[in-house]
Design a protein around this ligand. Structure first.
Ligand code: PEP
Ligand code: MG
Length: 760
């Protein structure tokens, strides 16, 4: 049974449209469970109806026409109760409503189960028999399981269908796809799908310039792969068991198979370039294999996929060249990486759309540092089709508009002009202090990480760098940088801000910042080998970095060294010993070096509880609210599925920040906030109330935070904080603070929730 369900879900996921997906469901469920009718009703949110969308058993002519009110009939009852309704004699039920056009009179019983996706009732799955009989418990359990598994596939099919419809229609579209806010701002540009080499699933469809050339290239690629496989087989034949050798033969045979070649060439002739045509052919073959019961034959689908990858690698050996980047490039991928962002030349990067990831992913953090609007977490959408499309990235609302209608475009152009005007206005505050209305001076620092964002960091009027993420430079390379190379980078950063302080964090990799040249397989990387755990386990890497930093500090003295992910006191002690050692070595070698101040990040709950003891042993503390929120609320910061639960305004987070501040104060040590909270106006109100006087944020946020501070008093912030700590509902906290900001005339700072916003 589970096996049949797996097949149905696979078939549904591969369907080209929502209609096809629903047709597959009703047909296959009816077959598998030997019922006489299976139907699906979906919620038409706009018109407040449940609509019969597919049926195998009721009158086909009722599809799309049979509509029920949201609380009407047995379907309405299932949706209302959000649980199965199992009735032996449906027509005798008080909620039964007969629709003559349905042809339902031939059935007696009724089992309806809700189709729910992330708390949202998408629709109702109904099965019926000709003879009156109650479905037994096992059957009900099967349908509940089926509906739960199909909900995701239906949601996906609906969203993918939207994209395909928008792309295939010649008309501009007013609708948009909802994701998660990554970085604020609006970008209008052309999508570039930055698919990595040889990843077939992400290859877009594209019109070939000359289909004959595509056919030749495809045939040559096939020839290369055949040769490659033959050479490989003879090279390692003696070391392989017979079955494994046979696999090579199967591959070579599949490559010669007329269907694979002929089908692809047919698709090229029909107007697709070779990689796109190959993707379609492979997908069709894989789908056919996936539906076979026999496990051995099913695995052959994998072989075809692997072969497709090899052919593709031959078709696109050089990847994209810089001239392929559109003028206003919107980088689109399943998971946009920091390296991909760094690759886009100069001024061309206008926006980012990443199907995976969340607001706190480092891709989003880097986007904010660069002032590039970004939308994250759109789910499993077919990115390939988006290549070359006109795109609006709405980083305020977390929405993406594909081939937008002129009216939508105009609204966003208006918004862009308004944003530019606000920036000019804020520019005037650049050299004024961040001082509250009641005279409290707050120090504003900037977060940076790449040399390319040093300029905005220097120009935003910050008092120094509050967080320099050294790992960004490590992530965009193919091997560890050496000491001299690191020295040059750090020296440049320290010099460009001197005498202002620069807080450099030692290498913080792991979690969503995996080094390509230090691959680690972990079940749960966020709880695994991260930050200081990695560097203490690899003193050779750590010492190289420390030596480079201490040398860079020579004669400048503005380096503050920050240790990430400290979760126990020994880690601080061990790190301090290694810093001493690096310094002693340099002195011994006669190289100029200078000791820095040493700080600890408070970003895991244990560090909050030990804040005072850490403060006693360190020169300063810095609260990393991104990770602290993740670990306190047990919500993965990169997981779009739980993004709505990730909330730095949660009272537990506020309380923890208060405790960390108290710990630092006990030993008279400075403490700052350098997580994304520091750039969020509503959060800054609460941080002010907590008594924080140093904030570090991305350059693009700094001017508006300064504006906020200059228009607010600490006393008022403190009153608001007291109120929020008594509130039960975090939504109410957001609402209250945003209302206060708006009433003060600071509504433009909270644009994401303002009413004067284009809805598309
Ligand atoms: C944090 O966790 O808040 C932080 C500043 O570090 P990162 O976002 O780089 O993990
Ligand atoms: Mg962190």
């Amino acid at each position: 049974m589970i096996e049949s369900l797996r097949h149905i879900v696979q078939e549904v996921s591969a369907a080209a449209s929502l209609d096809e997906a629903l047709t597959v469901i009703v047909r296959r469920v009816k077959e598998t469970m030997a019922v006489d009718a299976c139907s699906i009703y979906l919620n038409d949110v706009r018109n407040g109806h449940y609509v019969l969308m597919a049926t195998d058993g009721l009158n086909a002519s009722a599809v799309g026409n049979l509509r029920l009110g949201l609380t009407e009939g047995l379907v309405g009852l299932v949706a209302e109760r959000q649980e199965p309704v199992n009735i032996e004699n449906a027509s005798a039920h008080p909620r039964y409503h007969y629709f003559p056009e349905s042809g339902e009179e031939q059935y007696h019983d009724f089992l309806g189960v809700p189709i729910i996706h992330y708390r949202k009732v998408l629709g109702v799955l109904v099965v019926q028999h000709g003879q009156p009989r109650l479905f037994d418990n096992a059957e009900v359990a099967f349908f509940v399981t089926a509906a739960a598994q199909l909900a995701g596939a239906i949601d996906h099919a609906a969203a993918s269908g939207d994209i395909r419809r928008i792309l295939s229609s010649q008309r501009a579209s007013p609708c948009c796809i909802q994701g998660i806010q990554g970085a604020a701002g609006v970008a209008i540009g052309t999508a570039l799908v930055r698919y990595p080499l040889a990843r077939l699933e992400s290859i877009p469809d594209r019109q070939p310039e000359d289909y004959r050339k595509e056919v030749v290239a495809f045939k040559m690629a096939i020839g290369h792969v055949q040769k490659e496989l033959r050479a490989c087989r003879s090279r390692i034949a003696s070391r392989l068991p017979r079955e494994a050798r046979a696999l090579f033969d199967v591959y070579i045979m599949l490559l010669g198979s007329n269907r694979l070649i002929a089908d692809t060439i047919k698709r090229i002739r029909a107007g697709n370039w070779a990689p796109g045509a190959l993707r379609q052919t492979v997908a069709e073959h894989v789908r056919a294999f996936d539906q076979v019961e026999d496990a051995y034959l099913r695995a052959r689908g994998e072989d075809i996929r692997a072969l497709g990858g090899r052919i593709l690698a031959q078709l696109q050996p050089e990847g994209k060249t810089p001239r392929d980047y559109p003028e206003r490039c919107i980088l689109v991928d399943d998971e946009v990486s920091i390296a991909q962002i760094a690759e886009v030349p100069g001024q061309r990067l206008a926006g980012i759309v990443s199907m995976r990831g969340s607001r706190l992913s480092h891709t989003a953090i880097l986007a904010r540092a660069l002032g590039i609007p970004a939308v994250m977490g759109l789910g499993d959408l077919p990115v390939g089709g988006l290549d070359g499309a006109d795109i609006i990235v709405d980083g305020y609302q977390g929405r993406v508009y594909i081939n937008p209608a002129p009216a939508v475009r105009e609204e966003f152009e208006h918004l862009l002009r308004e944003d530019a005007a606000i920036s000019v206005e804020l520019e005037e505050l650049r050299d004024l202090p961040a001082e509250t209305l009641d005279g409290v001076r707050i120090s504003l620092y900037v977060n940076t990480g790449l040399l390319s964002d040093l300029m905005p960091a220097k120009q935003c009027g910050a008092e120094g760098v509050g967080l320099y993420r050294t790992e960004f430079a490590f992530l965009v390379r193919e091997s560890f940088p050496g000491e001299d190379e690191q020295y040059l980078t750090y020296r440049q950063v320290l010099e460009s801000f001197a005498p202002k302080p620069v807080t450099m964090r030692t290498l913080d990799v792991g979690g969503d910042k995996a080094l390509p040249y230090l691959p680690v397989e972990e079940e749960n990387p966020v709880m695994g080998w991260r930050g200081i755990r990695v560097t203490l386990d690899h003193p050779e890497i750590f010492l190289t970095q420390l030596r480079a930093m201490l040398r860079a500090n020579a004669g400048l003295g503005n380096l503050h060294l920050l240790l990430p992910m400290v979760s126990r006191l020994e880690e601080l002690e061990d790190a301090k010993r290694l810093i001493d050692r690096a310094y002693a070595e340099l002195v011994e070698e006669g190289k100029p070096a200078q000791r820095p101040k040493i700080g600890v990040m408070i970003e895991v709950p244990s560090a909050v509880y030990q804040a005072a003891r850490l403060a006693e042993r360190a020169d300063f503390l810095c609260i990393g609210t991104n990770d602290l929120t993740q670990y306190l609320l047990a919500v993965d910061r990169n997981n779009a599925r739980v993004a709505n639960l990730y909330d730095s305004l949660h009272p537990a987070v506020i309380q923890a920040i208060g405790d960390a501040i108290a710990g630092a104060r006990r030993f008279g040590k400075p403490i700052s906030v350098c997580g994304e909270m520091a750039g969020n106006p509503a959060a800054v109100v609460l941080l002010l109330g907590l008594g924080i006087d140093k904030l570090s944020m991305t350059a693009s946020n700094l001017p508006r935070i300064k504006w906020l501070i200059r228009n607010f008093s600490r006393r008022r912030a403190h009153d608001l904080l007291e109120k929020t700590l008594l509130m039960d509902d975090t939504r109410a906290v957001h609402h209250m603070i945003n209302t206060v900001l708006r009433d003060l005339g600071l509504g433009r700072l909270v644009r994401t929730e303002s009413d004067d916003y284009p809805r598309g």
